[in-house]
Design a protein around this ligand. Structure first.
Ligand SMILES: [Zn+2]
Ligand SMILES: [Zn+2]
Length: 239
């Protein structure tokens, strides 16, 4: 029998007789004391993410900027799935199209991130590692535009081609993208990239994976770039 004594204005005693109820008891303790699962401090401006691990607004923003997964349960964190505890309102407006947004891997902008400029969607290589080189040993351009692209708002499917004109990239001359956004536009939920060599033969097919980043060992995981949304939300709070 273990008992926890917690003093924070009021005092509570929880008796834990079974390891299976530790999590449940912890949850009750966090809720009773209105504690943040991220910083363990008491919450003033509380936000409830989809995984139900309540946190301070600034802690949510900070975690999304660093890693974008809940430090308690490792679930992906999305601003679009957060609720303001005091008002029960969604934290931000729902997203209804990929345009005006970008999608990133490894929570890094410019690491082959996809930018849905409404007129000219492109891939950014601004933060590509030094060993990402074209076959002429040059770095890929910072912006490579999708060609012959299309987007169907009903199916949420995007199609587009990246053509390597200056030099091939790992032997590839063409990458054909075909992928589908999740219903709430938080991530790319399915699809593939088909690569073709200079002889127009398929060299590789890479699939998009719809799983938390930590669980994926192959394929592509792209999630909504939330940095601009945090900036916008912070701006609104200052007004
Ligand atoms: Zn906090
Ligand atoms: Zn969580």
């Amino acid at each position: 029998m273990i008992s926890y004594h917690v003093f924070s204005g009021k005092s509570l005693v929880y008796k834990l007789s079974d390891e299976n109820i530790v999590e449940e008891t912890l949850d009750r303790l966090f809720l009773d004391l209105n504690l943040c699962y991220f910083c363990l401090g008491s919450i003033t401006d509380g936000i409830l993410p989809d995984c139900l691990h309540q946190a301070c607004r600034q802690c949510i923003y900070q975690v999304i900027e660093n890693d974008a997964s809940c430090p308690h349960c490792k679930a992906d964190l999305f601003l679009t799935e957060c609720t303001v505890i005091s008002t029960s309102d969604p934290l931000i407006k729902p997203i209804e199209s990929p345009f005006g947004h970008s999608y990133i891997q490894e929570n890094t902008v410019g690491l082959a991130s996809y930018h849905f400029d409404p007129l000219d969607p492109y891939i950014s290589y601004e933060n590509a590692p030094d060993d990402w080189l074209l076959d002429n040993n040059q770095k890929p351009p910072e912006k490579v535009k999708f060609r012959d692209w299309s987007y169907n708002p009903i199916t949420r499917k995007f199609r587009g081609n990246i053509v390597w004109t200056e030099a091939t990239f790992d032997g590839d001359a063409l990458w054909k993208y075909e992928f589908v956004f999740s219903r709430n536009f938080n991530k790319i939920e399915s699809g593939r990239v088909t690569s073709y060599n200079a002889e127009n033969e398929i060299s590789q097919v890479t699939r998009f994976r719809n799983k938390p980043r930590q669980m994926v060992h192959d394929g592509l995981v792209y999630t909504l770039n939330q940095f601009p949304l945090i900036l916008k939300a912070n701006d609104k709070k200052l007004q």
